[in-house]
Write a protein that binds this ligand. Structure first.
Ligand code: ADP
Length: 397
């Protein structure tokens, strides 16, 4: 039998092994199991005192290893951890390093990354972790208009609704969408001790260049200026402690992605694509860019997958763009598929009205599709952590 969720659950229920203690671990502690290609990630939770957690994790790990050895299964990776406290506690602030000169002001930052060395995986592996942030996630697309910002916004809100503490950075410095999509238009920008205070909306801490510049002015950045602007948004925003920082990248394969890869270590990237052939070609380029930068691609989301006409009963579905095209592309590239989002009037309307929380209300196809995407995404983050893409966790013994 291959290693899957049921296999792991059975292994965990198999009793103490290898000198373990039955008292240390209880299957009731198992909150989530992800298993794929011999990689297993188990999340435990429950009212367990900190000093007992280590014992529970060790026992769970022992049971899985013992079952694998007994069944002749190969474990390529195994990680057992306790769920973080999530957003329940008040976010603690961390002191972030001050950015250099203001955006576009020249100075040291203006040298730009592209001039100091070519892109490459080594740059990402040498990049530091962002202080206080557990997972940095990029959302990218090969071309504009495919719903990249929509996916970034709804991923962030969906994660926040599950109790994670989430930041959302509008890295699309050429065409920021967050002021509209997150409903920031009427809010004032707040700076304390030279640090930008993120807008706390829909359970998410959001920051965008769109609130720092004249909304009607075209945003024309040369490479080094784009580098400086992005760096400033990352480093001069008081993110505090986050489980996820979701970065909405500009479309295509440009300077900002390179800056991001050098500036901070990412857990991975999500690529958004519509089903059409022409969109897939561009999405493949985005996938290759992330891979070239050494960024793990966590999966592909098929947006505008199909249209649901809800004015007839039962609702009818139309495959306008060739549903399944992006899923096939993901398969071809050996990438996880994170799910399909239908073309929905509500999604567009809630985006225009800055009310993404409404997408998660009620029993709708849209809500189900978004929840499915968030679940698949969380699974892939768990697996990426095993592969080594995430911030190492400190274990206290
Ligand atoms: P991108 O970031 O790729 O340029 P956006 O997320 O800004 O794309 O989406 C472009 C427009 O399409 C927005 O008005 C958005 O509300 C709308 N849109 C995106 N995805 C969908 C969808 N699945 N159904 C309906 N409208 C959508």
């Amino acid at each position: 039998m291959t290693i899957n969720q049921e296999w792991v659950r059975a292994a965990l229920g198999g009793g103490p092994a290898g000198g373990g203690s039955a008292a240390a671990f209880d299957v009731a502690m198992v909150q989530k199991i992800n298993a794929c290609d011999g990689h297993v990630h188990v999340t435990l939770s429950g009212a367990v005192p900190p000093e007992a957690r280590q014992g529970a994790m060790a026992e769970a790990e022992r049971r899985i290893r013992a079952a694998a050895a007994a069944g002749g299964e190969t474990l390529h990776g195994l990680k057992v951890e306790f769920a973080s406290a999530g957003a329940a506690g008040a976010p603690k602030t961390v002191s972030l390093q001050q950015a250099g000169k203001p955006a576009g002001g020249g100075g040291a930052d203006a040298a730009g990354p592209a001039r100091t060395g070519g892109p490459g995986a080594t740059q990402q592996s040498a990049a530091p972790f962002l202080p206080g942030v557990k997972h940095v996630i990029a959302v990218g697309a090969g071309k504009g208009g495919v719903g990249k910002s929509t996916v970034a916004v709804n991923l962030a809100v969906g994660l926040a609704l599950r109790g994670h503490s989430v930041g959302l950075l509008d890295g699309d410095i050429y065409g920021p969408s967050l002021p509209t999509m997150m409903g920031l238009d009427a809010l004032q920008t707040n700076i304390i001790a030279n640090m930008l205070q993120p807008f706390y909306v829909h359970g998410v801490k959001a920051m965008t260049i769109g609130k720092l510049v004249d909304p009607e002015k075209p945003l024309i950045w040369r490479g080094p200026m784009a580098h400086g602007a992005f760096k400033q948004l990352v480093e001069q925003t008081q993110w505090g402690e986050l489980d996820y920082l979701v970065v909405d990248l500009p479309p295509g394969t440009g300077d900002v992605s390179l800056t991001m890869a050098q500036l901070m270590r990412l857990t991975g990237a999500v690529v958004v694509c519509t089903p059409q052939m022409v969109a897939q070609d561009d999405a493949v380029r985005a996938v290759r860019m992330f891979q070239q930068l050494g960024i793990d691609v966590l999966g592909v989301v098929e947006n505008m997958s199909y249209f649901v006409a809800e004015d007839v009963t039962p609702a009818r579905e139309y495959d306008l763009f060739g549903r399944g095209g992006a899923e096939m592309m993901a398969q071809r590239l050996g990438l996880p598929y994170l799910g399909a989002i239908p073309i929905t009037i509500a999604l567009r309307k809630n985006g225009d009205e800055g009310n993404p929380s409404a997408n998660f209300q009620g029993t709708t196809r849209l809500n189900a599709a978004l929840e499915n995407m968030v679940t698949n995404f969380e699974g892939q983050v768990g697996l990426a952590a095993i592969r080594g893409g995430a911030r190492p966790t400190l274990s206290v013994s």
